[in-house]
Design a protein around this ligand. Sequence first.
Ligand SMILES: Cc1cc2nc3c(=O)[nH]c(=O)nc-3n(C[C@H](O)[C@H](O)[C@H](O)COP(=O)(O)OP(=O)(O)OC[C@H]3O[C@@H](n4cnc5c(N)ncnc54)[C@H](O)[C@@H]3O)c2cc1C
Length: 376
Amino acid sequence: MTHRKRLILLGAGNANLQILRRWCDSPIPRTDLTVLNDTAIVPYSGMLPGAIAGRYTSEDFQIDVAALCKKARATFVQARAEHMSHAAQSIETDAAHTLEYDLLSINVGSTTAAPPDAANDPRSISLKPLHMVEARMNALEQRARAHRGRFEIAVIGGGATAFEISLALAHRLQSLSHARVSLWTSGNAPLQNHSTRLSKICTRLLEKHGVQLYPRRRVSGMDEAGPTTDSGVTEPANAIIWATPAKPTPFSFCAGLAPDADSFIPVHDTLQTIASATVFASGDCATLTSHPNLPKAGVFSVRQGPVLWDNLHASLHNKPLRPYRPQPLYLFLLNTSHDSAVMQYGRLALEGRWAMRWKDAIDRRWMHGLRDVYLK
Ligand SMILES: Cc1cc2nc3c(=O)[nH]c(=O)nc-3n(C[C@H](O)[C@H](O)[C@H](O)COP(=O)(O)OP(=O)(O)OC[C@H]3O[C@@H](n4cnc5c(N)ncnc54)[C@H](O)[C@@H]3O)c2cc1C
């Protein structure tokens, strides 16, 4: 008689959610599925800027992982993974569970880089974990409304998230004449790692919607006034939002899967970790050794889902695994929060209402694909 296998999905990221979704229709035979995530409800990050700007309600962008597990006849464990033993093939959680696996798929996302003095400063706001963002932005709005005198919000970062968040906040707080949003980037312009045309469009939009851009300001800390740069520049800020590059969560290092605390989990093209053939990792928490500079973005985690599904199957049945090949060109859509989006595909970059309709349709299709399963 063959024993049942135990598959654990650790982290309800975009790749693992696809495994859970597929499990509802076609579970892998003779396999028990467990999903371990620190929250039962997870937000879809692609719609978060729209939610901050007031375009979406919580129902639009939140996924009930516990309900999805129920549909899939999977066990849901709400807890934070803290350690794992490779020898015992087990994970320990902050709620004292010890969960044993035959196969493990890790998709725990990333955290945000911020200087050490940001951790305990009440003005400091992190965009991770994602499930806290909505509440943090509500609290920020309340503070801004109650404030007498100028209320300055400094968004730190030069990438897509910093751009989207600063415009979302500018839109949300537009009725408060004393509130002002600024964007601090170490580069010469926002989205500098993308095409010059995209960067120019984004610069124009920030100006048009009243976001003060501070280029060439590498923020390295904070003082009583506000953020401080390498060269000693500071400006007053009542709130400082860290939309800085992704950093690994402590779990991967504690789990013995990453070489040091600053590294993501190295994986082969099959998404198997270098450390163990029975442990897979995908999304932000993983780095493909063949493509170490692949951006940390939800779009890649989404694309890894189908390969992960095939390879978990293959692994459980001792079949050959297939490689994940990142697409050389991908569609990049940024919500401007002012009824339009910026689109980039290869060297083509354009802005318009049509692009927002396109983004909205893609995001809603993703959400329907997950939510309709447990809502119907
Ligand atoms: C405001 C904002 C907007 C963004 N917009 C976009 C966008 O439009 N397009 C895009 O491509 N990217 C976007 N990003 C980037 C995107 O959020 C990340 O790249 C993406 O979420 C990574 O997905 P993931 O599948 O790796 O994991 P995630 O979606 O981050 O999910 C990881 C899950 O694991 C859980 N978890 C973490 N640690 C543990 C643990 N130890 N134990 C148990 N559970 C754990 C987390 O709570 C979470 O539910 C945005 C980011 C932010 C902050």
